[in-house]
Structures are given as C-alpha cells and as structure tokens.
Design a protein around this ligand. Structure first.
Ligand SMILES: *Cc1c(COP(=O)(O)O)cnc(C)c1O
Length: 382
C-alpha cells in the first residue's frame, strides 16, 4: 500500500478555495427578507454541486439555518443532498424521472419535476402500479422553450379527464428567462401566462402551489414570489441584479500560489503563442492554476488578480496548470515564498472575473476546479 501524503492539503495544492458558509447563510436570509409573504417558502438550488462550492456542506449549512426545500437537476445530486440533509427537507429533482429511475425517487423521497407528457405518463404509471401518492411538481413553459409542457400540451392535459389521474402535484412551476433585466417585458409576459396556467391548474388541484422565481426573480417583487422560490446563484454571492450594486455577500475566495518569480532581463515573450511581451526589468509571477482548474482560457491577456491591494494583469495565455501574471508593480517584499494571488475575493468578485473572462458568474462558479484545497469556514459574521 502506498503511503498517503503527510503534508497539509493546503501545502500540496496549487490554489486555495475558501467557502464562507456563514456568508452563504446570510445570503439566504437576505433573500428571505425580500419575500414578505411568510407563506412563500424560500428554498435553495444546489444543483451542479451547489454551483461548484460543494453540495454537501452547502446543503447542510442551509438546512441548519432553517431551509426546508432543496432543488437539484439530477437524481444523483438528489441522492447526495438527501444524505446531507437527512429525512426532513424536501428535495426536488428538476430534470424529473428518466426511464427506470422511478424507484430511486421513491426510495430517497425525491420529488420529481414532471417536464413533459412522457414524464407525466411515467410517473403516473409508477404511482398507479405501486399504489403510492408521490408528490411532484408540474413544469409548464411560459417563454423559454427549454423544459416544461408547452402551452398546448398543458391545455390538452388539463382537458383530459385522465390527464393527471393518480398524481398528486404539489405545485406548478415555470422559469423566467430574463429575470435579471428588471425592465424586460418578458418578465411581465411570463408572469401573466404563469398566473393564468396556475389558475387553470388549481381548478383541478385547489391546493397546488406555484413556483416561479430564481434569484433575480425574487427582486422583481411580490407578484413573482408565489409559494416556492428557487434561488441559486445569489446564495453563492453573485449579483442577481443587472446594472445595480450587488446586495449579496461574497462567499468564495480563491487564491493561487506563486510557484516562481522571475525578473525579465531583456524584453521577453511570455507563454504559449508568445502573445505577450514582458518589458525589460518586468517581474513575472507564475501561478499554479490554469484552465484545468476552471480559470477560463478566455482570461488570457485580459484577466487580473490582486496581491494585497495591487492589481496585477494576466500576462499571455492561461495554460492548463499555470498562469503568468505581470507583477512588476508589486514590491519584492510582497512576493515572498508564501505569496498568493487573489483571483476571487474581496478585491475581485465572481462577477468581475466573469466579465473579464467574457462569461457569466454561473460559469465561473461551476467551473471551479477539483484540484483546489478547499476549506469551509463558518465563523458567525459580525
Ligand atoms: C438553475 C435554476 C434555478 C436557479 O437559478 P439562479 O438564477 O441561479 O437563481 C431556478 N430554477 C430553475 C428551473 C433552474 O434551472
């Protein structure tokens, strides 16, 4: 048997990821405060490993804070979250039951979202042949053409006396396509369609609840809230409001370790493709983080990091495991053996990084790599 390394994970890893669970919980509470109706249950979307931050610790922390509804995309994610939060909370699987998975939904008490006539049929058959009245959510599309029943399919199912026979839907859900743009008329149009669909649905299921908003939708105001809110990205500190200051607290801190510092003697090409030229006398720091760690390659020659309060630009292309920064502005005292470059943190929000990489915070978060040394801190915030 090979011995396991005895050095600290923080010492072995090339970069350090810190997740502030207290900030996460604070963000969930902040979202709850945006929802004045106590009958609206503000859940948490923890799909894609809680947007890359770790579904287990994230779900546990939110459960302890009082969150009772979790949303994931896949069945396997639901199994993970069920193990993390125990039997109490509701765990909703948004992609619904694939063929042959119905038993697992029942065994782990996962609530499927039924997105298509085929899924409704599948779940109905399962419920009928197993004599179980399992909860479900029914998804109707109101303007995204992605998942959910089309308006026509919804209508037909509602008119069919056998359409939902044996089903016990907890709620009707839909998803906003433009919620972060508060002035986009799509929001109002989708709201109108959803309100009308929900009224029809309640003709058949008087107790059915509604679930409509993601993070940004919560800030569109009370008419959008219904009974189950599904915030994701804002919990993790990203800005749910386009073109407005971020009300959320940063949750993620990412620091890359400097492996080597070099002083350039004469103007020198930097990195693959020689796309950057360091000037005579420049100082370059090579950091052990690359696109294999989720530092997107589009950060090449565009991104920045921070050493203390000094902004340092990415020099040349991001490579798989390494990224070079031009640290000429940093005094040698700031480049000692323990020096790190902050990639995400107090100076650099997830949204800043996304903007520089030409993408959205969601992609930056869900790309966070597997090689980081991760630590979870939950010191109460003052
Ligand atoms: C991902 C997702 C959410 C969460 O959206 P955020 O914008 O991250 O708050 C909510 N509902 C559905 C259907 C989703 O796919």
């Amino acid at each position: 048997m090979r011995p396991t390394p005895t050095s600290r994970p923080d010492d072995r890893a090339g970069a350090l990821l810190t997740v502030d669970l207290a900030a996460l919980v604070e963000n969930w509470r902040l979202l709850k405060r945006q929802v004045p109706d106590p009958a609206c249950n503000v859940g948490a979307v923890v799909k894609a490993d809680a947007y890359g931050l770790g579904a287990e610790p994230v779900a546990k922390a939110l459960k302890e804070a009082g969150c009772t509804t979790f949303f994931v995309a896949h069945l396997d994610e639901g199994v993970t979250v069920r193990a993390a939060v125990g039997d109490g909370p509701r765990v909703v699987v948004m992609h619904g039951p694939n063929k042959g998975t119905e038993r697992d939904f029942a065994a782990y008490r996962l609530v499927p979202v039924l997105n298509s006539p085929a899924q409704i049929d599948r779940w109905r058959t399962f419920a009928a042949t197993n004599d179980v009245l399992m909860e479900s959510l029914v998804h109707v599309d109101t303007g995204m053409s992605r998942l959910g029943l089309t308006a026509r399919e919804f209508e037909e199912l509602m008119l069919d006396p056998d359409g939902f026979v044996g089903l016990h839907p907890l709620a009707l859900m839909s998803h906003l396509s433009c919620a972060e743009e508060t002035k986009n008329p799509m929001n109002g149009e989708q709201l109108l369609k959803f309100t009308s669909a929900l009224a029809t649905f309640r003709g058949k299921f008087p107790d059915a609840k509604g679930s409509f908003t993601n993070s940004s939708g919560i800030f569109l105001g009370a008419p959008y809230h219904f009974q189950f809110a599904r915030p994701g990205v804002a919990l993790y500190g990203a800005n749910p409001l386009e073109a407005k200051p971020n009300p959320m607290i940063p949750v993620v801190r990412l620091r890359g370790k400097i492996l080597q510092v070099r002083r350039v003697d004469a103007a020198a090409p930097v990195g693959y493709g020689a796309t950057y030229t360091a000037q005579d006398g420049a100082k370059l720091a090579t950091v052990s983080i690359g696109y294999a760690d989720g530092l997107l390659r589009s950060f090449s020659n565009r991104g920045h990091g921070y050493i203390d309060d000094i902004k340092v630009p990415v020099a040349g292309r991001v490579s798989m495991d390494l990224t070079i920064f031009d640290v000429s502005a940093v005094p040698d005292s700031g480049l000692g053996p323990d020096a790190t470059i902050e990639i995400i943190g107090t100076h650099r929000t997830v949204d800043d990084v996304a903007a520089e990489a030409g993408t959205i915070s969601y992609e930056v978060l869900t790309s966070l790599g597997a090689r980081y040394s991760r630590s979870y801190v939950s010191a109460p915030r003052k």
